[in-house]
Design a binder for this molecule. Sequence first.
Ligand SMILES: Nc1ncnc2c1ncn2[C@@H]1O[C@H](COP(=O)(O)OP(=O)(O)OP(=O)(O)O)[C@@H](O)[C@H]1O
Length: 535
Amino acid sequence: MELKKVDRNEENKENLTISNNKLLRSAAVKSLSFTPLRLNLLQKDILEAANEPLSTVEDVLESDDDRDEEEKRIPPNKNVTFHLKNRLEDSPIDHESIKLSSVDTSNKLCDSFEEKLLTKNRNDLPWKFVETVELQTNRSLMVESKSLDLVEENIQAVPRIHCSTDHNLKPLKNQSFVKNFETPIKFNGAASGHFNSELFKIDNIFESRKKLNYREQENQQNKNTVHNEEVILGSPMNSTSNNFMFNSISIKHKMYIIMKELGRGGSSVVYFCFDPITKEERALKKVFLSRAKSSAVEYINEVEILKKLQTCNRIIRMYDSEVQEHPTEGKILWVVLEKGGMDLDKILKKVSGQGKPLANHIIMFYWMEMLYAVKQIHENGIIHSDLKPANFIKAETSLKLIDFGIASCIQSDMTSVIKNVAIGSLDYISPEALFNENNRNSIDTSSPHGNPKFKISFKSDVWSLGCILYQLLFGRTPFQHIGNSYAKLSAIMDPSHEIKFPAVDKVTDKLIDTYVVPFGMLIKNIDICLISILE
Ligand SMILES: Nc1ncnc2c1ncn2[C@@H]1O[C@H](COP(=O)(O)OP(=O)(O)OP(=O)(O)O)[C@@H](O)[C@H]1O
């Protein structure tokens, strides 16, 4: 890899403004190679970042900087105290704690739970501890609400568990080793949470219910040709309430328990679900085909494209799909997908909410992950057409690409495709995706004469990548500040529009006198599609 010495003075005096006639793709990439915006990284940093599991990267983002390295880890085989905190009241529940003994923090079996949470004298709390459950590799807590009304509302009140190696049950001073309970709870009357894993208490509840529920489901299927009404699986064990409910769905004769919503798109909802037989977690995308703004064919297209990309490790895995007729909701497309974590948009919002800039090596890590993903689809002849942070999600230790709803498959002898609608997300859309070849003199994307014609190529994705890169560096997309949509479209399409590249001090003390890896060199090695732009 080529290394280059930084001239600090040269670096700092530049405040680059690049004319749009070289297009954002080129400008964004070049800005990194020749200006203070260049990612000043040690080769070591890059390699470290590339090898670092994403979860660790996020842990870094979440942790308190002033904490000792030592303190961040709970040593294996030490007693660990979990401290429940009621976030609404914002006061630790001092007397309520669980002692675990011999906890192996590498997420292996924990030997025993010594104590249950004491709830006496704490009748004022909306939450009552019920029990802890030890699954093979996971530890779960179960918490029950005294009031049904409080369940949905206060679900956020439970979610903090403070881990401490301290036997005196004190929460850590800076509370930075905090694991959030996610909120899988859709149940009435009881809530379960988890830490260190995304498996739930539902596991053992489900075991005892399984036979019954399959029978129920079978009966229902026999009685009813519309076989995929959501099935209520009965009341839970250990719950004082009899309103414990799960939603389940059968896709290609395989049952999934729906746990919670993960996200939403224009015409779809994505749920976190659980395969009760294999215990595997899945994401379930429910597309309301009849409500789809764009053609339902596009969602079917998504399934076909995903099938084509199943050998690519930076693309979300698809396990199954089925179109079903729902009595009230019309045609529904169900797609069973690999479950990812947070999408990059949420990660960026979270970071900006913390008021911290993204560290260079994290930018680099995300950026490389995005390039790998886009490289894989381009090599397979696919143009995504809707690249944006929300469509990259954390999965395993990488970022993976999702949402191929408007993607196009290009024949091997072609480099572009004609669409008859402008497609993409406004802040990331390329000029050519807005440029109606049948209405050249206007930014009006409709056509007075004949069908509109938009010529999309692989480079449209590169433009969107440039916008994402800009956002990673400056905290906003290049056209985000233009509020009026018409003005925004004009700016995107106007080659003379100037994109501002504010001077930001990305050069930390640590890196000032070190060598720099020009960003372009990395890209060159990664994405063939960017080579032409750099040269
Ligand atoms: N496999 C997955 N694992 C985890 N979360 C997911 C997964 N797929 C989607 N999501 C979440 O759901 C959101 C919406 O999903 P997706 O983008 O696929 O829907 P869409 O209807 O195609 O969206 P759009 O209207 O933007 O095209 C995503 O931004 C992401 O937060």
